[in-house]
Each structure stands twice: as structure tokens, then as C-alpha cells.
Ligand binder design. Structure first.
Ligand SMILES: [Zn+2]
Ligand SMILES: [Zn+2]
Length: 252
């Protein structure tokens, strides 16, 4: 299983990174549709797209308005957009209001339901609630042929994270890390997390590899979160970069 990071920053793009988006090209599966979503055309290998939203904040959904060009200049014919029911309604009503984006998008909007979803090419997708981000967010987990992957977008890391068991033992965890250590108060206030909190969570959840993402957009350098302090707590930590390919090895 292979994923490509198309956007790895929060809030707004900077000179180096676009906002949240991850594509599984062979599965036509997209996790979040931030500004990095425009890059899909270059990578897509399928004629349908399944877009799963963590929540409806603009840095995760604005890319849906770029779908017209993807439909115009690729082989994509069928699009499904999934998310929590009230988030989908908000996006349809407001982002696709005539006064904001006057062209309707030919997509099926389907609210997330309990239980796993089959993904194209085999494998299952499950979702689970995250913690203390304004309006609420969901994380996703993909299991395919013995390989496992989890995506945890905007969340705080509580002392007892509600989603700990949902991500336990995954081969690859992509987890938000909006702030460096020292910004715990701001992180708690804005519903985000800091470096050591995320690295400790990865160790506790016994994941194979941690990839931090959704960085503070004001951090434009090579190391937006203090990678060495993360590695001191969880050695198998890397930082997402736009264009980064993630191989999720299959155990079977
Ligand atoms: Zn965000
Ligand atoms: Zn958010």
C-alpha cells in the first residue's frame, strides 16, 4: 500500500507546504481535501475518487472546489465525498453556495456510518472520533492485506486519548503536530498537539512508524516541530513533506 502526502501544513499554505491532503493513488482514496488537493491530477490512477474528510475546517475542505479541473483534465468520472453528516451539510451549503462557488460538483455526498467500509482494490476503512478539536474531528484507519495505516488530523493529545486503541499497533501513523513543545497552552486552546505529546502517544500505541504532519504554517524551515526531541521519545519518527511517498509494508 502506498500513500502520497499532497499537503502537510495547517491553516494556510506557506512557501513550502500546502494544507492537509493524503492520496492513496492505487485505491483512489483521499484523506482530507486541503489546498494540496490540486496535486491529485498528477498522481491519480483510478477513474473514481473516494474523498474522506476529517472535519470541515477550510484547511481540510477548500480543495473540494478544485474538483472541476480534476474532472476536466483526468480520467476521473465518479466522486464520493464522505464525512460526518453535519460537516457534509455545512460544506455543501456554505462552500458550494452560489455566492461562493457557483458551479455544482457532480459528487455523491455520503455520511459516515458505523462499521468498516470496503475500499477500492481491497481493504477496509474505519473511522473514530478524535479529541477536543473545535466542532469535532474523526480519524481514519486503513487495513489491507496485513498492512495498517492511521491518519489522525486535528486533535489534542489527552492524557488518556479516546482513540488510543483505534490506532494501536498500526504500521504507519500520520498524526498532526501543530506546535513545538512549549506551546501546550496554545495547543490546548486551539485543539491541537505538541511534539512530545505526539511522540509519547506513538510509543504508547506501539505503532511501527510515526509521521508528523499539519505543522504550524509559520514554521517554514526544515524542522517545524523539533524532530530530535520527538525521536528521543519515539525513534521511528519522521516529518511529512509535500510530495513524500509513504510505503506501508504488508506483513503477509
Ligand atoms: Zn487543520
Ligand atoms: Zn481543524
Amino acid at each position: 500500500m502506498k500513500a502520497v502526502v499532497l499537503g502537510s501544513v495547517g491553516y494556510h499554505p506557506n512557501e513550502r507546504r500546502h494544507t492537509s491532503c493524503i492520496l492513496f493513488p492505487a485505491h483512489g482514496l483521499v484523506l482530507d481535501a486541503g489546498t494540496g488537493f490540486f496535486r491529485i491530477r498528477k498522481h491519480i490512477q483510478t477513474t473514481s475518487l473516494e474523498i474522506c474528510l476529517s472535519h470541515a475546517h477550510l484547511d481540510h475542505v477548500v480543495g473540494l472546489t478544485y474538483l472541476l479541473n480534476i474532472l476536466r483534465k483526468s480520467d476521473v468520472e465518479h466522486i464520493v465525498i464522505r464525512g460526518e453528516a453535519e460537516k457534509l451539510l455545512a460544506v455543501e451549503k456554505h462552500l458550494f453556495s452560489d455566492l461562493i462557488f457557483p458551479v455544482p460538483i457532480a459528487a455523491d455526498w455520503i455520511a459516515l456510518e458505523e462499521g468498516p467500509l470496503e475500499i477500492m482494490g481491497g481493504g477496509k476503512l474505519t473511522h473514530f472520533p478524535l479529541d477536543d478539536h473545535p466542532g469535532g474531528t474523526v480519524g481514519y484507519r486503513i487495513d489491507q492485506g496485513g498492512a495498517s495505516f492511521a491518519y489522525v488530523a486535528d486533535t489534542c493529545v489527552r492524557e488518556q486519548p479516546s482513540y488510543l486503541e483505534a490506532i494501536r499497533g498500526v504500521d504507519v501513523l500520520v498524526h498532526e503536530c501543530n506546535f513545538r513543545d512549549g506551546s501546550e497552552e496554545l495547543a490546548a486552546k486551539s485543539g491541537h498537539s505538541c511534539t512530545s505529546q505526539v511522540a509519547q502517544l506513538a510509543a504508547r500505541a506501539e505503532v511501527g512508524r510515526l509521521i508528523m504532519t499539519h505543522f504550524d504554517t509559520l514554521e517554514e524551515g526544515d524542522d517545524p516541530v523539533g524532530l530530535e526531541s520527538a525521536r528521543a521519545l519515539f525513534p521511528s519518527t519522521d516529518l511529512a513533506e509535500d510530495g513524500m511517498e509513504i510505503e506501508i509494508p504488508s506483513a503477509v
